[in-house]
Design a protein around this ligand. Sequence first.
Ligand SMILES: [Zn+2]
Length: 349
Amino acid sequence: MRKRESRIREPEPTRRKAVTKKTLGAKRKANAKRKEAGKGKTTDSKKWKPAPKAMPQLDLSKFPIESVTRMDRGICLACVWDVFVRHLKLAPKTAQVEIKRYTPSLDELNAAVVQRPYVPAQSSEQPCPYCGEASKWIARLPIYRIESGKATDTLRRELVKSLSKKNDSFVVLEQKATQQRAFFEWLESISKQLDLNDPVWLREVSRHYLSRKEPKADWQAEFEAAHSIRRSRRLEEGWEVDSGRLFLAPMLFDELLLVQYLVSRSHLAGGLTLEGRYTLPELFQRLRHSGFLRAVGVQASNPGDALEELLVHLSGGAAALRFYYIIDRRELLEGAKGLKVAKAKVAAR
Ligand SMILES: [Zn+2]
């Protein structure tokens, strides 16, 4: 269902010589051997004083909230230095220049497991898990992934235009994807935030889905005003809040049931929705009976095939979409500056 995109395009400034996993792995082994031999850590790296300043976050509050994903990382400068200087034998000055140009690749950003020299954002306050150096060597690397689309394209262009161009403080990577992939990644990411044992999740997932579908409305405010979600008998399309109840047009309501089913179908037996628990055949009957299947053009006569067609309808299928990754390299650049100190000390020895 979630195929990797066949092709990745990186803009010019980011097409850089990458440090391969192999070299990093080899270096790690060498490091371990050196430690075993009792020689301890690198001496020059200990003398750096990067002390990366905490940079203000990018303001993405104008963006539709469901179109932006933050996927922060930390990057251990000591590890990168180690690879550049000790393994690739770069001169310290060249290493510093390379570190300043260092940007994760799309593969590294999307790797299931964060690998050296990257650490998960939540571990950036702890010593480096690879080389053991103190957390001051770990620069935070905030990453914002924005889905392309009518609701974000203009905002994104404006944002990118407004960002500092100095030393590539911000790098934008572009990745081709499909609507389907974006939808399922979104579904997975909100599912992780929900506690399916707490019935409030039905409301939460409804707010997320409506925010995604109609990003212009202030759903936070609408949900604060509404204590329940109902299927409207009056509306033909859209939605309204009336007397503390959020009424959705029948087709929109049914679509929401489907999303709830998808989120919860692996939880206990069957999927939970605002109308209670449905098995797939029951949901199929329900959506067929209400006219939803016909309305969205699903013709399959058995539940499994119908679900596949429904997923294409819901997600947008193979239609093209792009992800734009804005990588905030400011802390990395700040950290790399500290290398000047190290360079001077190494040279003075
Ligand atoms: Zn490290």
